[in-house]
Design a protein around this ligand. Structure first.
Ligand code: NDP
Ligand code: HSE
Length: 403
């Protein structure tokens, strides 16, 4: 018998209980043992829940139960979740989580703690919701030197952008829908301001390049500056606006990582990723380009990834999974200043002035554009170059373009 506890019975935690119950028979067969939900910990009471007999309030019950094998942490945040995770690992219990904030900030030390205590720390659900991405990166792509990863990593903002453009919803209406669907973080500014995508690109970069990339090291811009006017201009040239998390291998073991809205060409499969879906494009030196796609948030898709980790551990409780990375360093992450790309600019200038400043540009059009507003795509250049050309001119919008 393999006994499991869930910490945090919210969107994801309740989904984990549901999947463990609904698919219990096939999970037992795949593990070749009985996998049983033994405890649930939450600050709230759930007197009407079918699992009401499993609720305990005191984490020490779990910590001190010698028959409890796997702790699923779906509380979120890096405070009580960190405390419970450390205590569980020190007690020799493997931990599975969907908590990207915790992994992105403390992953390196928690992975080491797991190894030191003969247990595992797995977090497939922390990036891309239900999409299998971390295990493929670490195993199916293990033969490659990974060169870069580009992803639509936040379901909430992709959902908001899609609903604003397709259904004409306001930003606030679209966000309210995302919250009602259980996609958003407890504090949705983490989604809107790009911090959630930042945490995910940190986890991907740490796994891909083998050293801890900390969220503080990653320049992050969210979607607040994206307007429907920008979306219209972009659409006129077959581009979509997407919030991308990107990381690239740089010389001498350095990493470049950042999060920002981009105009994505209609020729790039990332441009067709809509709604709550996420997609992660990975480039390796042997495989070339490969892309992972699926639901990036939501109760059951996320629970699918969590329970997959539970099954992996339950099959072999004491296996050393070697799924870690080394410590980072203050100079590990370098700026994106040398990265060359075309740029999208929207500013209060004439087309002639745009050409004078930026050289050959591709002018964009939209219905109802106010007089004096011009939007265009530049030739490829670096960020310092475009900022130099902008000198003295405040752009209303300035986004990189991804071909
Ligand atoms: P929820 O807020 O829905 O669930 C968290 C639960 O934990 C709530 O029931 C909360 O209670 C409870 N809780 C808070 N403090 C404690 C505590 N001290 N002890 C026990 N329980 C506690 O969050 P989600 O399920 O949406 O997310 C959980 C984690 O999964 C987060 O890290 C999130 O980023 C991540 N995630 C979420 C996805 C999603 O689609 N929602 C997808 C992928 C990852 P209360 O509400 O009363 O505070
Ligand atoms: N809030 C996150 C998102 C949940 O919208 O992508 C999944 O990690």
């Amino acid at each position: 018998m393999v006994n499991v506890a869930i910490l945090g019975f919210g969107t994801v935690g309740s989904g984990v209980a549901e999947v463990l119950t609904t698919n219990g028979g096939l999970i037992d067969r795949r593990v070749d043992d009985l996998v049983r939900l033994k405890y649930i910990v939450d600050v709230r009471d759930f007197p009407d829940s079918p699992y009401k007999d499993l609720f305990v309030k005191d984490f020490a019950v779990i910590e001190n139960d010698p028959e409890l094998d796997i702790v699923v942490e779906t509380i979120g945040g890096a405070k009580v979740a960190l405390d419970f995770t450390i205590r569980a690992l020190k007690a020799g219990k493997s931990v599975v989580t969907s908590n990207k904030e915790l992994v992105a900030t403390h992953g390196c030390e928690l992975l080491r703690l797991a190894r030191d205590n003969g247990c595992s720390y797995l977090f497939e659900a922390s990036v891309g919701g239900g999409i299998p991405i971390l295990r493929p990166l670490g195993s199916c792509l293990a033969a490659n030197q990974l060169e870069q990863i580009t992803g639509i990593l936040n379901g909430t903002t992709n959902y908001i952008l899609t609903r604003m453009i397709r259904a004409g919803l306001t930003f606030d209406q679209a966000l309210a829908e995302a919250q009602a669907n259980g996609y958003a973080e407890k504090d949705p500014t983490a989604d809107v301001d790009g911090h959630d995508a930042c945490r995910k690109i940190c986890i991907l970069a740490s796994l891909a390049f083998g050293r801890h990339v900390h969220p503080d090291q990653v320049p992050t811009q969210g979607v607040r500056g994206v307007t429907l006017a920008d979306a219209d201009y972009a659409a006129s040239a077959d581009y979509k606006i997407k919030l991308l998390g990107r990381c690239l291998r740089r010389p001498e073991g350095k990493v470049c990582a950042f999060v920002a809205p981009h105009l994505v060409s209609g020729d790039n499969p990332l441009s067709g990723v809509e709604d709550v879906f996420n997609a992660i494009a990975v480039t390796g030196n042997a495989i070339g380009d490969v892309m992972f796609y699926g639901r990036g948030a939501g109760k059951l898709p996320t629970a699918s990834a969590v329970v997959a980790d539970v099954i992996d551990i339950a099959k072999d409780l004491k296996k050393d999974r070697h799924n870690g990375w080394e410590e980072g360093a203050p100079d590990l992450v370098v700026s994106a200043d040398s990265l060359v790309s075309p740029w999208y600019v929207r500013a209060q200038i004439s087309a002639d002035q745009a050409r004078q400043r930026f050289g050959e540009v591709q002018l964009l059009a939209r219905g109802g554009a106010p007089a004096g507003e011009t939007a265009f795509l530049t030739a490829p250049m670096t960020e310092p170059e475009i900022r130099g050309k902008l000198a003295g001119l405040e752009a209303d919008s300035l986004f990189r373009v991804l071909a």
